[in-house]
Design a protein around this ligand. Structure first.
Ligand code: ZN
Length: 318
């Protein structure tokens, strides 16, 4: 049906009214400023809410972007493609604690459960970068022989602040915040007498007072790892706590038993829970070991895990 002249006039009038309605509906300048101010306070993704369906995905994207800006050896896609998932826990400053799981072959008992962690000290950059590199190896070559849980960054607040720190968002050395018998007396004695209240070694007000250490202790309880591998820097050695026998070396890193400190993960898991803790101390906190050295450490670690876990050793009560 062709529209009549009267109908065309009616449509035009309606359009004009609609346009006028839009103009009238526009906010005043003051309102616009208020809206802009509100938008500035809102998270970056608030204005694209239609595109974002999963808040975790967005949180992951932001965290990966921050990690890749901080660490020259970790690209945004290294982090985004790593398959990291939420633990349900966040750091003091609300950054999600992320984990990647590599399960055993379906229906098969794994040779062992391995918990691999990096970045418990936020200023040991290489410890985070190396764990991301090994996570990349697992993504390509995971055979299902072991059941891995990989946490590349235990202390995101320490790493991601403008000037990275060893400590977390509360100024606590997470590696002094794990339980041990008579924790208050032991950690306080060590901190006051041996370190002269060095803020970099502050153990915190109570054992597991920090969300990062609290989560890790619960994760150890849940996952029941056969071995914990914790990456640090810059002492250029291999350290070991827990039941014997430690590896003699991993790649270029020679075994050197450095002892444990009250509140450390080594004393908590290794000494008090009879759980082997392999501590990899890379030679530099600020730069990565060569690709050959990284590969050699990894190959020796996996070889040692196979040998150690091939014949189950009797477990001491945990
Ligand atoms: Zn460290």
């Amino acid at each position: 049906m062709r529209p009549s002249a009267a109908m065309i006039r009616q449509i035009r009038r309606a359009r004009i009214f609609t346009a006028a309605g839009w103009i009238l509906a526009l906010p005043s300048l003051a309102t616009v400023e208020a809206l802009e101010e509100k938008a500035a306070k809102e998270p970056l993704w608030a204005d694209s809410a239609l595109e974002i369906s999963d808040p975790f995905e967005e949180e992951l994207r932001r965290t990966c972007l921050r990690i890749s800006k901080k660490l020259a050896s970790v690209t945004d896609s290294d982090c985004l493609d790593a398959g990291l998932t939420a633990t349900g826990w966040s750091s003091v400053q609300g950054i999600p604690l992320l984990v990647r799981e590599f399960p055993p072959i379906d229906g098969r008992r794994p040779l062992g459960r391995i918990l691999l962690i990096g970045g418990i000290h936020g200023d040991e950059y290489s410890s985070v970068s190396v764990v991301f590199k090994w996570l990349g190896i697992l993504r390509r070559h995971h055979s299902g022989l072991f059941h891995w849980r990989v946490v590349p960054l235990v202390n995101p607040d320490g790493l991601l602040r403008r000037r990275s720190t060893r400590m977390n968002g509360h100024g606590v050395d997470l590696n002094r915040n794990f339980p041990c018998p008579d924790w208050h007396a032991a950690t306080s004695d060590y901190w006051v007498r041996r370190t002269s209240r060095n803020p970099r070694r502050y153990p915190g007000p109570d054992p597991l007072s920090e969300p990062e250490s609290h989560w890790l202790a619960e994760e150890i309880e849940r996952f029941q790892p056969d071995v914990i591998v914790s990456v640090h820097a810059p002492y250029d050695v291999l350290d070991f706590d827990g039941p014997p026998e430690p590896p003699d070396r991993l790649g270029p890193l020679q075994l050197k038993l450095m002892g444990t400190y009250p509140g450390s993960l080594g004393r908590y898991a290794g000494v008090h829970n009879s759980l082997p803790v392999v501590t990899i101390e890379l030679p530099s906190a600020g730069s990565m070991p060569s690709i050959e050295a990284r590969r050699a450490i990894w190959v020796d670690l996996v070889r040692w895990l196979r040998q150690r876990l091939q014949v189950p050793t009797p477990k001491v009560a945990r």
